[in-house]
Design a protein around this ligand. Structure first.
Ligand SMILES: NC(=O)c1ccc[n+]([C@@H]2O[C@H](COP(=O)([O-])OP(=O)(O)OC[C@H]3O[C@@H](n4cnc5c(N)ncnc54)[C@H](OP(=O)(O)O)[C@@H]3O)[C@@H](O)[C@H]2O)c1
Length: 278
C-alpha cells in the first residue's frame, strides 16, 4: 500500500532554498514530514525553513568541508533520517574548478551528493525504511561517463556535456545504492520536467524563452517539478528499484545506468575523490 501522508518521517532536502527543492520542502512539510532545509544561500534557506517549520542547514556543495560539516550536524542533531533528497544542482556555463580541485558541475551535482549520502549511510540504515531520491534529468540518456575522468580534463569543456554526465552519474549512483544497501534502504532517480526555476539564471536566452508565453506552456512550475518527489516518497519502496521516474511515470533504466561494472567503478572512484570512507 502506498502511503498517503509523511507523518512522523524526517526528510532532508538539498537545494531547498529555491525552485524544485523549496517546493518539495513545502509539500512534504504539508504532508506531515519534519523537513531539514539545505541550501547554499543562507537567507533563502532560513526563509524556506521558517515557512515549513523546519530546520535550516546552509552548505556550499562546491566545498567538501561544508558537506562534511552538514553531515556531522545531521548525524548529531537529527534523531532519524527517513528520506534524503539529493536535489541541489547547477549548470555552469564555463569550466570552473572548485577549491577541492574538481570541475564545479560534477562536484555540486554528483560528488558532493555522493559524499553526503556516504557519510549519512549508517544514519539512513537506522530508519526502518530509508529512501534516497536523486534529482536527475531525462538528459541522463545523453550523458557520457568515464569514472577515470569525472572532471572531464581529457575533453573540451561543454556545459551540457558536464551537466548530462553529472545527471547520468546520479542515476548510476542510485542504482548502485540499491545493489549495495540492505532491503531497508532504497534509492531512485527522477526527472522533474522542464521547470521555470533559477537553474538557467546564467543564460538570459533560456530564462527569457521559458518565461515567454509559449515557454510557459511547455514548461512547469517548481511546484509541478516537485510532484515526482512526493509521488516517489509515497510509493511502496519495492516498486522503486531498477526504475527511473520520468516525472510521475516509472520507466525501466536505460543503459549504461544498468551496467553494474560502471556502477562499481563510479562508486570506487567517487570514494577515492571524496575520501568518503574517512
Ligand atoms: N529546471 C529544470 O528544468 C530541471 C530539469 C531537470 C532537472 N533539474 C534538476 O532539478 C534540481 C533543482 O533545480 P531547480 O530547477 O529547482 O533550480 P534552482 O532553482 O536553481 O535550484 C537549485 C538549488 O541547488 C542549490 N545549489 C546550487 N549550487 C549549490 C552549491 N554550490 N551548494 C549547495 N547548493 C547549491 C541552489 O541553492 P541556492 O539557491 O541557495 O544557491 C538551489 O537551492 C537540480 O538538480 C537540477 O539539475 C532541473
Amino acid at each position: 500500500m502506498a502511503a498517503e501522508t509523511l507523518d512522523g518521517l524526517t526528510a532532508v532536502v538539498t537545494g531547498a532554498s529555491s525552485g524544485v527543492g523549496a517546493a518539495a520542502a513545502r509539500r512534504m512539510a504539508a504532508m506531515g514530514a519534519s523537513v531539514v532545509v539545505v541550501g547554499r544561500a543562507v537567507t533563502r534557506t532560513r526563509a524556506v525553513a521558517d515557512e515549513v517549520g523546519g530546520t535550516a542547514l546552509p552548505a556550499d556543495f562546491a566545498r567538501f568541508s561544508e558537506v562534511r560539516e552538514l553531515a556531522q550536524h545531521l548525524i548529531s542533531r537529527v534523531p532519524r533520517i527517513d528520506i534524503l533528497v539529493n536535489n541541489a544542482g547547477i549548470v555552469s556555463p564555463k569550466r570552473k574548478t572548485t577549491s577541492d580541485g574538481h570541475e564545479l558541475t560534477v562536484q555540486v551535482n554528483f560528488l558532493s551528493p555522493f559524499l553526503l549520502t556516504s557519510l549519512l549511510w549508517e544514519k539512513l540504515l537506522q530508519a526502518p525504511s530509508a529512501l534516497v531520491i536523486n534529482t536527475s534529468s531525462s538528459l541522463y540518456r545523453f550523458g557520457k561517463l568515464n569514472p577515470d575522468d569525472l572532471d572531464q580534463n581529457r575533453s573540451r569543456y561543454g556545459q551540457m556535456r558536464s551537466y548530462n554526465a553529472s545527471k547520468l552519474a546520479s542515476v548510476v549512483h542510485a542504482a548502485e545504492i540499491n545493489r549495495r544497501a540492505p532491503d531497508t534502504m532504497t534509492a531512485v532517480a527522477f526527472h522533474p520536467g522542464t521547470v521555470r526555476s533559477g537553474l538557467d539564471r546564467d543564460s538570459a536566452l533560456v530564462t527569457a524563452a521559458k518565461a515567454s508565453l509559449i515557454g510557459r506552456r511547455l514548461t512547469r512550475s517548481p511546484e509541478e517539478g516537485a510532484e515526482p518527489i512526493v509521488r516517489i516518497a509515497t510509493t511502496d519502496r519495492g516498486k522503486l528499484r531498477d526504475v527511473f521516474y520520468n516525472r510521475l511515470e516509472p520507466e525501466p533504466l536505460r543503459t549504461p545506468a544498468t551496467d553494474a561494472d560502471l556502477g562499481a567503478r563510479l562508486w570506487q572512484r567517487a570514494h577515492e575523490l571524496t575520501h568518503a570512507s574517512t
